[in-house]
Design a binder for this molecule. Structure first.
Ligand SMILES: Cc1cc2nc3c(=O)[nH]c(=O)nc-3n(C[C@H](O)[C@H](O)[C@H](O)COP(=O)(O)OP(=O)(O)OC[C@H]3O[C@@H](n4cnc5c(N)ncnc54)[C@H](O)[C@@H]3O)c2cc1C
Length: 266
């Protein structure tokens, strides 16, 4: 089974900075990690490869520093890594991002059997990218999967939705987005990390390698436009109210009144 895992390198959320001129997130020079759910997707791919055979390709669109995330994925056991990087990709919304990722998948030979994404990221957190790639490639998609079994040419999937456990059969090839319940992520060995950083190659594709015109990608190819972006206010510490139930309620009411959240007449 040939599997593609989509990996996004995300800024460690407390370190996010904003370019207020361009209304974009500044990714360069910020400490970054692999989006946690993409680690879950990669772990699931490793387990499927163990059971079914095949190869795992990891694919990321991002600035050159995203190479680190792909090297980590190689250290975890991925067979091949492709970085989609081009200054023309900067400022992409989710549609322009999905377009580039889908085009890269369509270039792969053989065409993959299974495409795995995280259900959402910890930075932009839209959950759009997986479903949009599936739409563009005209593939069946199942989101929020927490169990994957292969039965011949079919996938048998489980997912929790609104308190119910769905069991879904889907044909291959398909795209799945995975939830955190799918499987725990294993630690990396130091030797594997060293080999991934010193001995493995990363393939790089720019817009022209994908046959994409600059107008189709990045800010120019985006269907949406960000009008305002602002840094969330840092949280101040909470206060624990102790005492009898009545005195706790009285203290809370006084506090809510002082913040004009509750009217004295309420
Ligand atoms: C309206 C709008 C405008 C934006 N404008 C800008 C901008 O100007 N500049 C800017 O830097 N960002 C911008 N962004 C953010 C950028 O679009 C997202 O970083 C990107 O599209 C991924 O979206 P997401 O993080 O919500 O992914 P989700 O849809 O939450 O991600 C789900 C999964 O898709 C996969 N995935 C997502 N992104 C990638 C990727 N790049 N490579 C590989 N796999 C991936 C991963 O498996 C991930 O777990 C904008 C977002 C929106 C909604």
């Amino acid at each position: 089974m040939n599997i593609v895992v989509f990996i996004k390198q995300v800024p460690d959320v407390p370190n996010i900075r904003i370019d207020e001129q361009r209304m974009t997130i500044i990714r360069e020079g910020v400490e970054s990690i692999i989006n946690p759910l993409d680690c879950v997707a990669l772990q699931a791919a490793l387990e499927l490869r163990e059971r079914e055979g095949g190869r795992i390709t990891v694919l990321s669109m991002g600035p050159p520093q995203s190479e680190e995330a792909l090297r980590e994925a190689l250290a975890a056991g991925a067979d091949k890594a492709i970085l989609l990087t081009d200054s023309a990709f900067a400022g992409a919304d989710t549609l322009a991002t999905s377009h580039v990722l889908a085009r890269a998948v369509s270039k792969l030979r053989p065409f993959p059997d299974l495409l795995l994404c995280g259900m959402q990221t910890i930075d932009s957190d839209t959950g759009h990218v997986g479903p949009q790639i599936a739409e563009e490639l005209d593939l069946p998609q199942v989101c929020g999967v927490n169990e994957i079994h292969v039965d011949g040419d079919l996938l048998v999937l489980k997912r929790l939705s609104e308190g119910f456990l769905d069991t879904i059969r889907a044909p291959l090839p398909a795209l799945l987005t995975v939830s955190k319940e799918l499987c725990p992520v294993s630690d990396l060995s130091l030797g594997a990390v060293e080999a991934a950083f010193t001995q493995k190659d990363i393939i790089r594709w720019a817009a022209h390698d994908l046959g994409l015109h600059p107008d189709e990608v990045g800010l120019a190819g985006s269907a949406t436009h960000v009008r305002k972006l602002r840094q969330p206010a840092a949280r101040t510490g909470g206060r624990i109210v102790t005492g009898s139930p009545q005195s706790i309620v009285d203290a809370l009411i006084r506090k809510l009144e002082s913040m004009s959240i509750l009217d004295e007449e309420d």
